[in-house]
Design a protein around this ligand. Structure first.
Ligand code: NAD
Length: 494
């Protein structure tokens, strides 16, 4: 295939230009502008992308409208067959997709492969819809039947963040496409290649031209998508600031908006927690993907005497080799911001138990695992989403104090508790102000067929992503009530 990625190790590889996909053709943007795509492991351009404006979005919408009508005529079973074929192709290309992701995003190959595999799981969910997408029906009265038909919305769109360039499009595409919509995808300008390869594989899997369109670019393209009158639903995944802004903008145009935002995930640890399970899991949660996951641990609330577990977390974090065991930070700006926040905590009197500043390779953007102890809720490292491998430890005496801190935080993506007590675990499940909750698991991502989505400032809009909730989001329920004239007796339904 034209754009197969050749890298199979971390050595630098020059790649291609990500163009727009409009009506099945890869084309330049109308503005003629391009930007570099930086491999963060080398701080060096590995390719480029085109930067689109409202004219490009209009062209994508016209192509999508033209293709959608025919696509919606396919029976759901046939649309789902495209997902069966995509899964086979992704299985065949799993090495290629994982290395491409590692190069554009900076993840380790292990973390890259994990997210590609999760993407494949989402495609399997789309393939299952041929057996699950019935709407239900019931004889509600004598001779009267009600049923629900899940109709496609028409043209819909998705906007993607930098941290999961292959997986997050697959949170949306399987359900939206199998439901009979045409889709406009706006990948992150920092990492456009994963989505480009998925689109190429979808074409090979038999998706008709124009059913998936890609518009590359930044704010200008996203604004045009959210304001476009012929786009009926948008899903956004990214920071809280942008999620809220776009939710408000999109809602004004009357379209359906689901905007997943940032996070500040709290982990609670009580003295009866299992030592090895807890320390291993907490370290994995805050350092995995170099902390650039919306499900990463950010705050650890140490309740009572848990010094032995904190010591083990410190020991395991110090053993991590930055540049080898954890990946790069996406950009120089992000790296500088993370370091500034650690400096600020130190200035405010917090103690740096593990210091990741200056760790990593000479070239590229790196921050090593960092643990800040004695954090208080007024410090910047507590208040802001850091999005790096940094764990802030707060100390309290009681579970109740810990719940109050977690509950007062404006975000609500995930929270978890480490304990061997069923009673404490059950209390925590009910008390957390978070949409995704874990017990002895620091990255409590619901696996398919369960839905994904936070609460509070971590999500604006209704419904959730993935699973059957994803299918519902991308459809309009048509409620049908039928009574044939053969029926003679009168009811209040006339
Ligand atoms: P971001 O908000 O900067 O960008 C996300 C997308 O929005 C990109 O495609 C970008 O081009 C576009 N964009 C940026 N600014 C815009 C503006 N002013 N107007 C319109 N569009 C704009 O996010 P990011 O840095 O790419 O990703 C990291 C963030 O995403 C973190 O906050 C992380 O928590 C969040 N995230 C959340 C989830 C979740 O499920 N809740 C999942 C992954 C990432």
């Amino acid at each position: 295939m034209a754009n197969q990625f050749s890298g199979r190790n971390y050595d630098f590889v020059q790649y291609v230009q990500a163009k727009n996909l409009i009506g099945g053709e890869w084309v330049a943007s109308k503005s003629g502008k391009t930007e570099d795509v930086i491999n963060p492991r080398y701080a060096k351009s590995m390719g480029s992308l085109v930067i689109s404006n409202a004219d490009d979005v209009n062209a994508a919408v016209e192509a999508a409208k033209a293709a959608q009508k025919g696509w919606a005529q396919w029976p759901v079973r046939e649309r789902a067959q495209v997902m069966h074929k995509l899964k086979q192709l992704m299985d065949q290309h799993v090495d290629e997709l994982s290395w491409l992701l590692s190069h554009e995003n900076g993840k380790t190959i292990g973390q890259s492969r994990g997210s590609v595999l999760k993407g494949i799981e989402c495609v399997e969910m789309g393939a299952s819809l041929q057996n699950m997408a019935d709407g239900g029906q019931l004889d509600v009265s004598r001779g009267v039947n009600c049923k629900v038909i899940h109709e496609p919305i028409g043209v819909v769109a998705g906007v993607i963040p930098f941290n999961f360039p292959t997986m997050v499009p697959l949170w949306m595409l399987p359900q939206a496409l199998v439901a009979g919509n045409a889709f406009i995808l706006k990948p992150s300008e920092k990492v456009p290649f994963g989505a480009m390869r998925i689109a190429e594989l979808l074409e090979e899997a038999g998706l008709p031209k124009g059913v998936l369109n890609i518009v590359n670019g930044t704010k200008e393209a996203v604004t045009a998508i959210v304001e476009h009158e012929d786009i009926g639903a948008v899903a956004f995944v990214g920071s809280t600031r942008v999620a809220k802004l776009l939710y408000e903008k999109g809602a004004k145009t009357g379209k359906k908006m689901l905007c997943l935002g940032g996070a500040k995930n709290h982990l609670l640890m009580v003295p009866d927690a299992d030592l090895n399970l807890t320390s291993t899991n907490v370290v994995g949660s805050f350092t995995g993907c170099a902390g650039q996951r919306c499900m990463a641990a950010s705050v650890l609330i140490a309740i009572g005497d848990v010094e032995h577990i904190v010591d083990d977390i410190v020991k395991k974090s110090e053993a991590i080799n930055t540049g080898q065991d954890i990946g790069a930070i996406i950009s120089e700006d992000s790296k500088n911001r993370i370091v500034e926040i650690i400096n600020d905590a130190e200035k405010c009197g917090a103690k740096i138990l593990v210091d990741g500043r200056g760790k990593g390779r000479d070239e590229g953007y790196w921050v090593g695992p960092t643990i800040i102890d004695g954090v208080t809720t007024d410090m910047r490292c507590y208040k802001e989403e850091i999005f790096g491998p940094v764990l802030s430890i707060l100390r309290v005496d009681t579970l109740e104090e810990a719940f109050q801190i977690e509950n007062a935080n404006p975000y609500g993506n995930a929270a978890a508790i480490y304990t061997t007590s069923g009673g404490i675990a059950e209390r925590a499940i009910k008390r957390f102000e978070a949409g995704m909750v874990g017990v002895n698991i620091g990255v409590p991502v619901p696996r398919e067929p369960f839905a994904f989505g936070g609460w509070n400032d971590s999500k604006f809009g209704h419904g959730d992503m993935t699973g059957m909730d994803g299918f519902k989001y991308w459809t309009r329920p048509r409620k049908v009530t039928v009574k044939w004239a053969l029926q003679t007796d009168e009811t209040w339904m006339g």
